[in-house]
Structures are given as structure tokens and as C-alpha cells.
Design a protein around this ligand. Structure first.
Ligand code: GAR
Length: 192
């Protein structure tokens, strides 16, 4: 991605479906001078997503978009993104699959955080499956989004040890903590 000149920040939209701890964390980092992005829009497919509260707390515009008719919705989101001059999309716990058309229109500008050491454990229940398979390590990955699920080029990945005491809940907590370090770092890598 192009180099930043001066203090200009890349206008970013964060897509969520749930709690929004990654969203909150990205907002926090976006306020640091050396992190070259600003969060200007929050999009959720779910009107009860807890993370939507950060819209009020941080005074960031939010849009709730129900994913029923995909093509219509894609066009609606694309219009909103254009109007807000959004240049980067960060998926953060967004549990819907974007259409090929949408990804094409925003090619190379959509990234996602996934709670596993990709290419292992694409999809759901990553921690449960990692423990069941007696993996020694778990972790998280930030990657570009392409039309195949959790398969785009990896930007940054970090691992944590799975201890004997871990279950999928404790492991999820451990990995989420790591995600909060890895996501902003990955954005910095692609924008610097
Ligand atoms: C995070 O662990 C994120 O990696 C995961 O959902 C959680 C969202 O937490 N994403 C996926 O599983 C996407 N396939 P948050 O709402 O607190 O940021």
C-alpha cells in the first residue's frame, strides 16, 4: 500500500458482529500518532452486536446492515464506503462472508483477523479443535481477504503455548489478548 506522507491517516472501516474488543483496541491504537489509520466507520450485520456501543463512546458513525439479499447489500455498503472515503476495511469478528464482487471492488484493501495459526483451523471453533487435536501452540493471524475463506496472504501471525490446563475458553482469552497486539501491528506493516 502507498506510503504515508505527513500525518495523514488512512480512513478505515471496521466490520463487526459481536463483542468488538478488537474494534475497541483498534480505535485506541488509531489515536496514537505513529499508527497510520483512523477508524471512521463501524459496520455490523447484527443490530444487537455489543461492539456497536463504541460508536457512541468514541463518536464514530455506525451502520447496521442486515445480510439478506447479498448483491443489494454489497452495493449499499460500497456506496457508504465511497461516501465516507474509506480506504481500508478491517474485519474484526465479522461472521459473514463477503461476496466475490465486493472483495474484487476492494481488492487488497480488506484484512481480517482469525483466531488460529492459519492455514490450520480455518472457519469456526478454532480453539476447541486445536485442543482436541492436542496442538502445542495456538495463535492468531492477520491476512488479506480473498474469495476463499481464511485463505488470503498472511500479513502477520503470532503463537502462544497451549498449556495442559487450557480449555477452549481459557485459550480463547489468551489468543484474544494476543490479537490485540497483532492486529494494530499488522495494519502498521501494510501502511508504513
Ligand atoms: C476474535 O477472536 C476474532 O479473531 C474472531 O472473533 C473474535 C471477535 O472478538 N474472528 C473470527 O473467528 C472470524 N472468523 P471481538 O468481537 O471481541 O473482537
Amino acid at each position: 500500500m502507498k506510503k504515508l506522507i505527513g500525518p495523514k491517516k488512512i480512513r478505515t472501516a471496521v466490520f463487526i458482529s459481536g463483542k468488538g474488543s478488537n474494534l475497541k483496541n483498534l480505535i485506541r491504537y488509531s489515536k496514537i500518532k505513529t499508527y497510520p489509520f483512523s477508524i471512521n466507520l463501524i459496520i455490523s450485520n447484527y443490530n444487537k452486536a455489543k461492539g456497536l456501543k463504541y460508536s457512541n463512546i468514541f463518536n464514530i458513525e455506525k451502520k447496521i446492515i442486515k445480510y439478506d439479499k447479498k448483491i443489494k447489500i454489497d452495493n449499499k455498503i460500497l456506496k457508504i464506503l465511497k461516501k465516507k472515503n474509506i480506504k481500508l476495511i478491517c474485519l474484526a469478528g465479522f461472521m459473514k462472508i463477503l461476496s466475490k464482487n465486493f472483495i474484487k471492488r476492494f481488492d487488497g484493501k480488506i484484512i481480517n483477523i482469525h483466531p488460529s495459526l492459519l492455514p490450520k483451523y480455518k472457519g469456526l471453533n478454532t480453539h476447541y479443535r486445536a485442543i482436541k487435536n492436542r496442538e502445542k501452540f495456538a495463535g492468531c493471524t492477520v491476512h488479506y481477504v480473498n474469495s476463499k475463506l481464511d485463505s488470503g496472504k498472511i500479513i502477520l501471525q503470532r503463537k502462544v503455548k497451549i498449556s495442559k490446563k487450557d480449555n477452549h475458553i481459557s485459550l480463547a482469552k489468551k489468543v484474544l489478548k494476543l490479537e490485540h497486539l497483532v492486529y494494530p501491528a499488522a495494519i502498521k506493516i501494510i501502511l508504513d
